[in-house]
Design a protein around this ligand. Structure first.
Ligand code: SF4
Ligand code: SF4
Length: 309
């Protein structure tokens, strides 16, 4: 069941899901300076609705691989207050506590919640073309170690023989993963695979490993599937916001918009609402990397159908 509407805080009551007990509202509260993330007022209306129906909502997110405001638990807690979320119970998950499901480390406060409201701001995404519910599950609900694992497939590899030592890749890296040595020294432990170094390299010395996309997309989809599997008893609601859809995700300080506002989509199945989200955005001629999304969604469909909920 997929519902499209503008008054989502009223419409969520129409999706047959059970949001009672401790209800985790999983959302991205925005990188410092980002004006497009889901706003406290929107969350407040949904939290009120959950309370009305007997649930106890709290907001939750995990820390990032890249080293900006959301890199540490404390940094993210401060940022959440700064972005107006101080009136809610906000839980930023520790990277040291998780539940292991099929090798995926799901952040403990999410794994232990009675129900999940997966609230996703739809944006373009550097790895998957489009970021929405599947991205929020896969990358948003796991601790750093699993984020590293998922990204590891798409990180750059370096071929010293082709390197001229021009330094463009080092300057392009926003995360301090590259340094000058005799040639380039690559430390990819916290590399979120943004690809900027690859784009900056004109000789092919910095490139993605073979079959990076296939392996990376599969790891991404398997992580999403592992998290969704924790809420298979009708206790997960997915809400995608198609407002302020931007070229890059909310980890960017800012990013241009790529589509008109279209309200929200909600449903109980994350893949279905992402496919419907993509259909609406394509119809609206949103500037998204559709070739990347098409490959990613094909692999996601295969992964989700191999391991049905
Ligand atoms: S992909 Fe390249 S530019 Fe991006 S964070 Fe990793 S090393 Fe840095
Ligand atoms: S951009 Fe390419 S050629 Fe230049 S230093 Fe980096 S790897 Fe070497």
């Amino acid at each position: 069941m997929v519902i499209l509407g503008y008054r989502i805080y009223e419409d969520i009551g129409d999706v047959p899901v059970d949001l009672t007990g401790r209800v985790a509202i999983k959302l991205h509260m925005g990188e410092l300076g980002n004006p497009n993330h889901i706003q406290p007022d929107e969350v407040g209306k949904m939290a009120d609705k959950i309370r009305e129906n007997g649930g106890e909502p709290f907001l939750v997110d995990t820390t990032t691989l890249y080293k900006k405001g959301r890199f540490t638990k404390r940094g993210y807690e401060e940022l959440a207050k700064r972005h107006g979320f101080g009136r809610f119970e906000v839980v930023i998950a520790s990277d040291d506590e998780w539940k292991d499901v099929d090798g995926i480390r799901i952040a403990k406060p999410i794994a232990e919640a009675d129900a999940l409201l997966l609230l996703s701001h739809v944006t373009g995404h550097i790895l998957t073309g489009l970021g929405a519910a599947i991205k929020n599950l896969a990358m948003g609900c796991v601790v750093k170690e699993s984020k590293r694992m998922i990204h590891s497939h798409m990180r750059p590899v370096y071929d010293e023989r082709l390197c001229t030592g021009c330094g463009s890749c080092v300057h392009a890296c926003p995360n301090g993963c590259l340094m000058f040595g005799r040639k380039v020294i690559l430390d990819t432990r916290d590399c979120p695979a943004c690809g900027r170094c690859i784009g900056a390299c004109t000789t092919g010395a910095m490139r993605r490993p073979p079959k990076a996309e296939i392996h990376g997309f599969r790891a991404f989809a398997l992580a999403a599937r592992a998290v969704a599997g924790q809420f298979r008893n009708g206790n997960m609601l997915c809400v995608n916001s198609l407002n302020k859809v931007t070229e890059r995700c909310d980890c960017s300080s800012n990013s241009p918009r790529v589509s008109k506002d279209m309200g929200y989509i909600c449903g109980s199945d994350p893949l279905s609402i992402d496919l419907e989200t993509a259909r609406l955005l394509r119809e609206a001629k949103a500037r998204i990397k559709w070739d990347t999304w098409d490959k990613f969604s094909r692999i996601s469909r295969a992964v989700f159908s191999q391991h049905p909920t």
